[in-house]
Write a protein that binds this ligand. Structure first.
Ligand code: C2E
Ligand code: MG
Ligand code: MG
Ligand code: MG
Length: 290
């Protein structure tokens, strides 16, 4: 249709753009109120061991339902926060929810479960993430090893630019994960620079791997890399029973995806854990790569 009506096509494009700019402006305007009122939430998605049943840790994912525009994708939310000058407030809010979850887990005797939070390189560059995170953990008496930071390299240089902070976090005992491994710039060099404990294979390489020889080859290669370097490997985007069975057969130690569990609210995830086997010794053995 666009081919036959060039002008309409451009008008449509303009309106789409205008609508997006409007959403963006509204988000920038409403975010600080959402932070204050607690309409912003952090949800948690369980990550499982090789058996596909034992939860070994949780990933925190920010969720915002805007009163007019509905669910805001996390990437747009992070971008809006940056423009509105709320990067630090947002990070502190998410950290608070993550620490709250860690305390709740430990109250239930679940010292075996760590919680991972996502921090973008841009956030890492803009604010003193190391001081904020380590200060908060110290104040709450939580061990650094209970927290994991997942970072995605967005451009070739960004990990180098924040290396000092990454070192401070990793030296203090915070676990580091390289997210979306196998896409974009997340490279073998960044595994080293980041002192990563863990790599998370991007879901574009995982979902549907049973039928895709190329994906299976890449996943197998990352698993081998993990064994060679003593890195934990997580497969993201396990969407079907086939995905799960193939990954298990390949010896993938950790898995995450809709087939195993969706991201869910803070209280739902506690209920799920109460109904779940204790990770205990098995998970520790897996972590040691045995
Ligand atoms: P990510 O860190 O790679 O997180 C995994 C994303 O995949 C999440 O999307 C999760 O809901 C989704 N997912 C999990 N299992 C499956 C599956 O089986 N199939 C499919 N198709 N998707 C699955 P979400 O929550 O929309 O987050 C998107 C990205 O936004 C995250 O990717 C992360 O990079 C970023 N993000 C999320 N929360 C935060 C945050 O609090 N801070 C920062 N800086 N970034 C965040
Ligand atoms: Mg992540
Ligand atoms: Mg990822
Ligand atoms: Mg991602």
């Amino acid at each position: 249709a666009a081919k036959h009506s060039g002008r309409n096509h451009f008008r449509l494009f303009d309106e789409g753009l205008r609508a997006r700019l409007e959403v963006r402006r509204d988000c920038e305007r409403d975010l600080s109120q959402a932070l204050a009122e607690g309409t912003l939430e952090v949800w948690f998605q369980p990550i499982f061991g090789r058996d596909g049943r034992t939860v070994t840790n949780l990933e925190a994912l920010v969720r915002w339902h805007h009163p007019v525009h509905g669910w805001v994708p996390p990437a747009d939310l992070i971008a809006a926060a940056a423009i509105a000058g709320l990067t630090e407030s947002l990070l502190r809010f998410i950290l608070e929810q993550v620490c709250g979850k860690l305390c709740a887990l430990r109250d239930r005797g679940r010292h075996d479960l760590s919680v991972a939070m996502n921090v973008s390189p841009r956030e890492m560059a803009q604010i003193a993430v190391d001081e904020i995170v380590l200060g908060r953990l110290r104040l709450l008496g939580l061990p650094a090893t209970a927290l994991e930071i997942e970072i995605t390299e967005e451009t070739a240089l960004d990990i180098e630019a924040v290396q000092g902070k990454l070192m401070a976090l990793s030296r203090a005992g915070i676990r580091m994960a390289l997210d979306d491994f196998g896409t974009g710039y997340s490279s073998l060099a960044s595994v080293r620079q980041l002192r990563a404990n863990r790599v998370k294979i991007d879901r574009s390489l995982v979902t549907g791997l049973t039928e895709a020889e190329d994906k299976r080859g890449l996943v197998q290669a990352v698993l081998g890399l993990g064994r060679a370097l003593g890195l934990e490997v997580v497969a993201e985007g396990v969407e079907t029973a086939d995905d799960l069975a193939t990954l298990q057969a390949m010896g993938c130690p950790f898995m995450q995806g809709y087939h195993l569990a969706r991201p869910q609210s803070a209280s739902d995830v506690l209920r799920l854990l109460d109904a779940h086997p204790f990770a205990g010794v098995e998970a520790r053995v897996q972590r040691l790569g045995a």
